[in-house]
Ligand binder design. Structure first.
Ligand SMILES: Nc1ncnc2c1ncn2[C@@H]1O[C@H](COP(=O)(O)OP(=O)(O)OP(=O)(O)O)[C@@H](O)[C@H]1O
Ligand SMILES: [Mg+2]
Length: 506
């Protein structure tokens, strides 16, 4: 057998709901394989079976490693066979040091076996980190690292136990362009060192940049595995969704913004400096910039989550004082945060509950959601965004990553605030549902809602926004008006996003 890894006839059923049907998946060492498919297609589940996190259905399927049939019943088993998974959600322990995390479960002891051999663990950990040429001190606590660095630690953990196959589940969703480049050169390095890599992503350009071959799942079924050469974007989309999608549309052209409804003047705090801009009713105002540029921090300051040290906020020309989220909501502002796991969802509750308790109710008790409205909302949005679930009463933690995201976004779209701040609303969302979210955003703006769209996807910004604010290191470097955004290129926005200031030293 040529393939190092061979999964044959894998099936998976969760309480009667079959989510993987007869999947075959093979991988060679030295190969980078993209694994693609719409939200809920079964990508993470297939990889969790490989990683020993979920058992496959009994009496079906087999997994071969290096030609030998193996049983993978636990994470330990998977480790033994050289399989490491870097999950969609990073699983390091924040309060612990990097080396503690690296050796967790496999701590080294001193000769006597009585004590942990911290010195040796630190030495070995630093050795592996240095091998990857990343600049991380292993005695630092994980919480002080950026997401990119945390991911590197996860990769190091895999290398520490001599992994042969590394699975990366949407690794770039929170990385900056430069960090993505760095990750990709690491992956190339690992590939040349003879590892096999399975790479899950919804970002088409990445797939074409990094992978040798691609496996596509749709609705729990294998559509096929093909070499990348000879494929183009359209053919991949076609395989993934089974139909052609809308081509790039300039949605912003169909909007007619009205009066200014939000004015932000000289807003500053520890993270942002002197932010000023206007937002009009019926407008989608883009916030472009790199991860870490201060866009989310601006949103958090406006929404009253982070304190404001200086500056003023006006709604309909009247100065408002927003000290917390409840104040913001009362002033008609809604906010879909970037980090939905922590700020947007109650994981142990049902989809229905999460969709309909708008965060509003946690703050303002007079808003009452009746059952009829609840069902209408669920029906409407689960249809529009094709939220994949077994029923509205399913607990949300059992939905796929992208489908959880759709619930959070829907929840806010359904509350119709006057001003809505969307922070990376389509992150982790598949290409079909993205188009639907764009339509919903435009529909809202047409009905007069003022929308702030923070996005790292330039196409998304240029398609939806008539004006764009660009930020860099906590400051606004450019505000592009309608005429300018019509003619602006992605490269120009990138200049401003990397620090060039508009109208300065031209
Ligand atoms: N623990 C679980 N219990 C019940 N159902 C589950 C569980 N984990 C996943 N599922 C279901 O299995 C299906 C496949 O989910 P999976 O997470 O594998 O999708 P995915 O392809 O990774 O999607 P995404 O791109 O959104 O991450 C979904 O319908 C999901 O709701
Ligand atoms: Mg997933």
């Amino acid at each position: 057998m040529d393939n190092y890894l061979e999964m044959k006839d894998i099936n998976k059923t969760f309480s009667g709901n079959k989510v993987l049907h007869h999947i075959d998946f093979g991988l060679k060492l030295g190969e980078i394989r993209a694994l693609m498919g719409e939200n809920g297609a079964g990508k993470s589940t297939l990889m969790k079976i490989l990683g020993g996190i979920y058992p496959k259905d009994k009496n079906t399927g087999q997994i071969f490693i290096d030609g030998k049939a193996v049983e993978i019943n636990s994470v330990e088993d998977a480790k033994k066979y050289g399989i490491a998974i870097v999950h969609q959600e990073i699983s390091l322990v924040n309060e612990m040091t990097v080396y503690d995390n690296l050796f967790m479960g496999d701590e080294l002891s001193t000769g006597s076996g009585l004590f942990l051999d911290d010195r040796e663990m630190i030495r070995r950990a630093q050795e592996i980190i240095d091998e990857l040429k990343v600049n991380i001190h292993v005695q630092r606590k994980v919480k002080s690292l950026s997401i990119a660095q945390q991911q590197m630690v996860e990769i190091c953990r895999a290398l520490l136990f001599n992994a042969k196959i590394i699975v990366m589940d949407e690794p770039t969703s929170s990385l900056t362009g430069r960090e993505i480049d760095e990750l990709f050169s690491q992956l190339q390095r690992l590939k040349s060192a003879g590892l096999g890599i399975i790479y899950i992503s919804h970002r088409m350009e990445e797939i074409f940049r990094i992978s040798d071959s691609i496996t596509i799942l749709r609705d729990g079924r294998l559509i096929g595995t093909k070499p990348m050469s000879g494929l183009d974007h359209d053919s991949v989309i076609q395989m993934m969704v089974g139909r052609d999608l809308d081509k790039y549309i300039r949605h912003s052209e169909s909007l007619c913004p009205g009066n200014v409804c939000l004015t932000v003047k000289h807003l500053s705090n520890q993270k942002i400096h002197d932010i000023s801009f206007d937002l009009r009713a019926g407008e989608v105002l883009g916030f472009a910039g790199l991860v870490g540029a201060g866009r989310s921090e601006t949103a958090r300051a406006i929404f009253g989550i982070d304190p404001v040290q200086e500056g003023e906020i006006f709604i309909d020309q009247k100065r408002v004082s927003i000290k917390n989220a409840a104040d913001a909501i009362r002033s008609g502002i809604g906010y879909v945060p970037e980090n939905r796991k922590e700020e947007g969802l109650i994981l142990d509750n049902t989809v229905a509950f999460n969709l309909t308790i708008s965060i509003l109710e946690q703050f303002i008790h007079w808003i009452h959601v009746d059952k009829a409205r609840e069902h209408k909302t669920i029906g409407e949005y689960s249809n529009k965004l094709s939220i994949k679930m077994s029923s509205p009463d399913q607990r949300i933690k059992y939905l796929s990553g992208g489908n959880q995201q759709k619930v959070v976004v829907s929840k806010w779209l359904a509350t119709h605030p006057r001003i809505l701040i969307l922070d990376e609303p389509t992150r982790g969302i598949d290409i079909g549902a993205k188009t639907e979210i764009y339509h919903l955003i435009v529909e809202m703006a047409r009905s007069g809602v003022a929308v702030i769209l923070i996005s790292s996807e330039m196409e998304e910004i240029l398609s939806l926004c008539s004006r764009v604010v660009v930020m860099y290191e906590g400051k606004v470097t450019a505000v592009l008006d309608e005429e300018e955004t019509e003619n602006v290129t992605q490269e120009e926005i990138m200049w401003y996003a990397s620090g060039r200031v508009k109208n300065e030293a031209e």
